[in-house]
Ligand binder design. Structure first.
Ligand SMILES: *Cc1c(COP(=O)(O)O)cnc(C)c1O
Length: 215
């Protein structure tokens, strides 16, 4: 079995072979894995890590962040009652999808003088079990976040339906991103990151292909 460093290197090679136009950030999604399992990547200087639960992120990363340059990404659904704790530990939030969240995060930023980066999550196929905004609400929500709340919105994010049509969803999201004048896109996971990069993704969120199967 190859090590997690070898697996990350292989992913980087795969990405470079596509000759992407922009720099690609690999968010190593370490949810469920212990810090001991993750440490080799921290040691070689990998900086972007993703988690999907606020409490797990705090207990795993609070101390490590004091001693290493780490950018921590919230990739899971964020409940508004956890938004402030999330803003304390995370640097990026990929799941911004409500005015209530935007209001809380914006007031956190002002009170604490800590400014995060955000992706607006889009529910591209209107799946009821998934979070994210329907496409027709994205533009007005983006304007609200940017103009009323001064949040640093990098771009849009999706978790596409598992129906073999990722490419179609990536294309739609990419077009919407461009129409809003946004520069970054959070899309692509272990199974489809190269496809996502073909459609302009700049942040790929990769878990199992780096760390192995989650239990
Ligand atoms: C778990 C997770 C990932 C990583 O998924 P893999 O298929 O293991 O690469 C990416 N994005 C989100 C939102 C996740 O919850």
């Amino acid at each position: 079995m190859s090590s997690i460093i070898e697996r990350l290197d292989k992913i980087k090679l795969n990405i470079n072979s596509k000759k992407p136009q922009k720099a690609i950030n690999i968010v190593a999604v370490s949810k469920t894995f212990s810090l001991d399992h993750i440490k080799p990547l921290i040691k070689v200087g990998h900086e972007h890590f993703g988690e999907n639960k606020v409490q797990e992120a705090i207990s795993k990363w609070q101390d490590v962040k004091k001693h290493n340059k780490i950018n921590l990404h919230m990739v899971g659904k964020l409940q508004s009652n956890k938004a402030k704790s999330a803003a304390g530990i995370f640097d990026y939030i990929h799941s911004l999808d409500s005015q209530k969240l935007a209001d809380i995060l914006s007031s956190y930023e002002k009170d604490n003088n800590k400014f995060l980066k955000y992706f607006i999550q889009v529910n591209i196929a209107y799946e009821t079990q998934k979070s994210g905004l329907p496409i027709n609400e994205v533009e007005s929500f983006y304007n609200y976040c940017k103009i009323e709340k001064n949040l640093d919105i990098l771009g849009l994010m999706i978790i596409p339906p598992n129906d073999g049509n990722s490419s179609k969803y990536f294309k739609t999201l990419s077009e919407l991103n461009v129409s809003l004048g946004l520069k970054d896109l959070s899309m692509g996971m272990s199974a489809d990151y190269l496809e996502a990069i073909n459609h302009g993704s700049t942040y790929v969120r990769i878990g199992s292909s780096i760390f192995g199967k989650r239990l």
